[in-house]
Design a protein around this ligand. Structure first.
Ligand SMILES: Nc1nc2c(c(=O)[nH]1)N[C@H]1C(S)=C(S)[C@@H](COP(=O)(O)OP(=O)(O)OC[C@H]3O[C@@H](n4cnc5c(=O)[nH]c(N)nc54)[C@H](O)[C@@H]3O)O[C@H]1N2
Ligand SMILES: Nc1nc2c(c(=O)[nH]1)N[C@H]1C(S)=C(S)[C@@H](COP(=O)(O)OP(=O)(O)OC[C@H]3O[C@@H](n4cnc5c(=O)[nH]c(N)nc54)[C@H](O)[C@@H]3O)O[C@H]1N2
Ligand SMILES: [Mo]
Length: 764
């Protein structure tokens, strides 16, 4: 039993209580109200004192000698005191700002950082740069960037994120739940901001209780076996063809909901003409889709026959759109739900992300959260986040994004805090070249990540157990107190203190704008005041902050739980139009038709790297899903993460036929490669995988030796290209690889130990 008097803290993988004895963690206990706590909490002890924790500010030797970035990623560091480090960094920011202007400063800092809202690193980076005249920022995200950019024109705002039709509505009304990408349990270990309750079991039990559920995915285990759902294996990046064929078969049966198409959609005639083959001579039939998806045509026809007249939820994970032309399966899902007349009905329609993160389908508790207020970026400049390498490699070049043409500014200084681009970006060897372009790279990190190893100045930062904060998520029942439990490790300081000290060195006005006269503790008090005000206006009793902290959490009242996406629009599309150009669901969009690679309606557009590609030959389609034992690259070094590895390398799942064809068995060391790079992994033969597809999760720390990663980071293999000019999202899932057994010894990992650091005196 968890003792509720032990202090509480929280992370993106859950709340927990931690007992501290003599300044170090003796025990980590699950939060008493969490029905399925994550084992990732076991990593906390390693995270506090890991050998990879950064102990002091450091500067790269080559940078001190003005090497122009040549040795970035391969260099030695020198230790330096805080005052000197802050002086160096502030002087460099001031120099770049004076010589080139604020548009030469990049402070994108995409990344998940930690759960607390006050110490949210990315918010602090943005606030810092806004306080000193602005910077180049990043917009959209890696999770569902393609959807963020284009969905507003198709179905209006607010259709991506957590506002999906509730589980209660699905349980009560849905007949068939089409789960494109499944509902993997491991993704439900995570929820941004902090989790009180992991609800995977109740979600899946609720859906499957009354509803026929079909896991449409290359991987059977994208739904836990215990729920006994049907499995329809589909080749990666081809869901759009299946969705179009289902739509066309329903239309051909005379079962399309023409009344709904007329009253609630625009451009249906053009899409239906395309499906009928009137645009390119190819009707998008089950037989046509079979050749693309690998699903027998009769199975597609049988499923199409089952759909009309029933309540259907077309659910797709975010993974489907992290692929070349990832906009298309989402648009085709919306079109399928439209042709079936399901949108806005209880338990029906479309929704994105039920399988992507904890709490999807939860009621909206409106759990209030408050970080530091943002300040408008004076330059107004940003890039779609996944165009990072292009930004650094192609200054002055123009590109299309979201219906407009933009130009990449020339970046001289990169500042990152709270994210790990050498974990998250595609084609890491290209990113390594890109990171050698700027004059200076500054990183705030807790650990010697691959990104810290590519910086010129590294500031060691605290982890959540070393500071007070407030966490939670709007669709979680608990507002969570995050209590400081231990003093900061070695020389680590809060990001807030680092930015406040840098701002002070850049000028009094800068400092005043950044801090607004508050310390970090002052901001926590302020945030609590804001939160308390919001709760009191809803008639909720709020304790004083200290009392909240002592209890560890505040429980939100149970709200109404019958949310149905787009129900008001369904009921009266004239009174409640969508925020699209036509006010309706756009199945044809003039705006999209103007892009050179688009047809203006959902379409099968060649994803280039997929199993049906000309020249795919014997290559395998590598998917790089989210890792089960960690959050992205975080905790890669923890015992819990290592327990899932073999020989310190990540396991690559491969189907029995593909393994046999390559003489591979479980436990064999593999070299995975393509013309962008190579890495190592250990085979795990898995009967849940369809032929031709392998899974290598993200998260292993990039450890480059030329273009080969000594470790298992799939992003040395993925392609660095936008989903399309619409969304410019991350297209990691469109990736072909070769695999061979590697019988020679594995190279030792350099990233298993901290970067080499020398005392400063040797270089000055
Ligand atoms: N191939 C492939 N690549 C992908 C994906 C994929 O599916 N396939 N998925 C993509 C997706 S959806 C995402 S969201 C990204 C995730 O990519 P990231 O969000 O960049 O990954 P994290 O490892 O969570 O990086 C957060 C970093 O912040 C540090 N950190 C934590 N707390 C703090 C703090 O308080 N202060 C500071 N300064 N640092 C802190 C952590 O140590 C960690 O290194 O990856 C993307 N990349
Ligand atoms: N444990 C854990 N959970 C996480 C995270 C983590 O780091 N660790 N990260 C969180 C974050 S930031 C995000 S954005 C979400 C991401 O949520 P998702 O993007 O939904 O997650 P993925 O794990 O990339 O993919 C889920 C499944 O989709 C299937 N899939 C991939 N491509 C295709 C395709 O083309 N068609 C079909 N039908 N299926 C496909 C794969 O089999 C994969 O197992 O996960 C969150 N949850
Ligand atoms: Mo994400």
């Amino acid at each position: 039993m968890t003792d509720a008097s032990i202090p509480l803290n929280a992370s993106h993988w859950g709340a927990f209580r931690a007992e501290v004895v003599d300044g170090s963690i003796a025990r980590v206990l699950p939060f008493e109200h969490d029905p399925r706590p994550s084992r990732m909490n076991e990593a906390w002890e390693d995270m506090l004192t890991a050998p990879l924790r950064i102990a002091q500010p450091v500067v790269r030797k080559g940078w001190l000698k003005r090497d122009g970035g040549a040795a970035r990623g391969d260099d030695t560091y020198v230790g330096i005191g805080w005052d000197d480090a802050l002086d160096l960094a502030a002087a460099e920011i001031a120099r770049v700002r004076a010589d080139y202007g604020n548009s030469a400063l990049f402070g994108g800092s995409y990344g998940w950082s930690s759960a607390g809202r006050v110490h949210h690193a990315r918010t602090l980076v943005r606030r810092f740069f806004a306080s000193i005249g602005g910077h180049v920022d990043q917009e959209t995200n890696y999770s569902y960037g393609a959807a963020m950019a284009f969905l507003p024109r198709i179905v209006g705002n607010g259709m991506i994120g957590s506002s999906v039709t509730s589980l209660a509505s699905i349980r009560a009304h849905c007949d068939i739940f089409l789960a494109f990408g499944g509902v993997p349990a491991k993704n439900w270990e995570i929820q941004s901001g902090g989790i009180g309750e992991h609800r995977y079991d109740s979600f899946m039990a609720g859906v499957t209780e009354t509803t026929r559920t079909i896991n449409i995915s290359p991987y059977r285990k994208d739904v836990e076996d215990q729920f006994g759902v049907e499995w329809m294996p589909v080749r990666p990046c081809t869901d759009v063809a299946l969705m179009m064929a289902l739509t066309q078969e329903v239309v051909a049966m005379g079962r399309a909901d023409l009344a709904f198409l007329t009253s609630h959609t625009a451009g249906a005639d053009r899409y239906l003409a395309y499906l009928a083959g009137e645009v390119d001579g190819t009707p998008k039939t089950a037989d046509w889709a079979s050749g693309i998806t690998g699903i027998p045509a009769e199975e597609i026809r049988a499923l199409a026959r089952d759909l009309p007249g029933k309540r259907i939820m077309v659910a797709a994970n975010w993974s489907l759109q992290r692929a070349r032309h990832g906009e298309q399966p989402y648009w085709a899902a919306i079109a399928l739900a439209s042709v079936l007349g399901q949108i806005g009905l209880p338990g029906g329609g479309f929704a994105f992300g039920y399988g992507s993160t904890n709490g999807m389908g939860n009621p909206n508790y409106r759990t209030p959260l408050q970080g530091l207020p943002s300040i408008r970026n004076p330059t107004g400049l940003s890039i779609p986040c996944a165009r990072l390498s292009d930004l650094l490699l192609k200054p002055g070049e123009s590109y299309r994004f979201n219906g407009a043409t933009r130009t990449y500014p020339e970046i001289k200084l990169v500042y990152w805090a709270g994210g790990n681009p050498f974990h998250h970006h595609q084609d890491l060897n290209r990113l390594r070249d890109a990171f050698r372009q700027p004059e200076t790279v500054i990183v705030n990190e807790q650990y010697w990540t691959a990104t810290a190893r590519h910086a010129d100045i590294v500031f060691p930062t605290t982890v959540t157990l070393e500071r007070d904060d407030i966490g939670g998520a709007s669709r979680d029942r608990f507002l969570l107190a995050m209590q400081k439990l231990v003093e900061p490790y070695a020389g680590a300081r809060d990001d807030y203190a680092i930015f406040a000290d840098l701002a002070a060195r850049l000028g009094p006005e800068e400092a005043a704008t950044f801090t607004d006269g508050r310390s970090a503790e002052g901001w926590v008090d302020w945030a609590w005041g804001e939160i308390a005000g919001q709760l009191q206006s809803r008639g909720i009793d709020v304790p004083a902050y200290r009392e909240f902290q002592a209890r560890g959490y505040l429980e939100m009242p149970e709200p109404e739980d019958d949310f149905v996406m787009m129900s008001a629009f369904r009921a009266d599309p004239v009174a409640n139009p969508l925020s699209t150009p036509s006010g309706k669901i756009e199945l044809y969009s003039d705006w999209i038709a103007e892009e050179p690679d688009q047809l203006g309606h959902p379409a099968w557009l060649d994803p280039e790297e997929w199993l049906g590609a000309a020249g795919a030959g014997e290559r395998l389609h590598m998917l790089s899903p989210q890792p089960a034992r960690k959050l992205h690259g975080q905790m890669d070094f923890s015992a819990y993460s290592l327990e899932g590895k073999v020989q310190n390398r990540e396991c690559l799942r491969i189907g029995p036929e593909d393994a046999a064809a390559r003489d591979i068995k479980t436990g064999d060391v593999l070299r995975v490669f393509n013309d962008r790079g190579a890495c190592f992994a250990v085979a795990e033969v898995d009967d849940g995988l369809m032929p031709g597809v392998v899974l290598l999760p993200t998260g292993a720390t990039y450890d480059p030796d030329g273009t080969c990663d000594r470790n298992s980071n799939p992003n040395v293999l993925t392609r660095d290209i936008g989903t399309s000019t619409l969304g410019q999202g991350c297209a990691a899932q469109s990736c072909l690889v070769d695999i061979e057994r590697h019988d020679a010894a594995l190279p030792p990992l350099k990233v298993a130990t901290p970067s080499p650091i020398e005392p400063l005196k040797e270089t000055r």
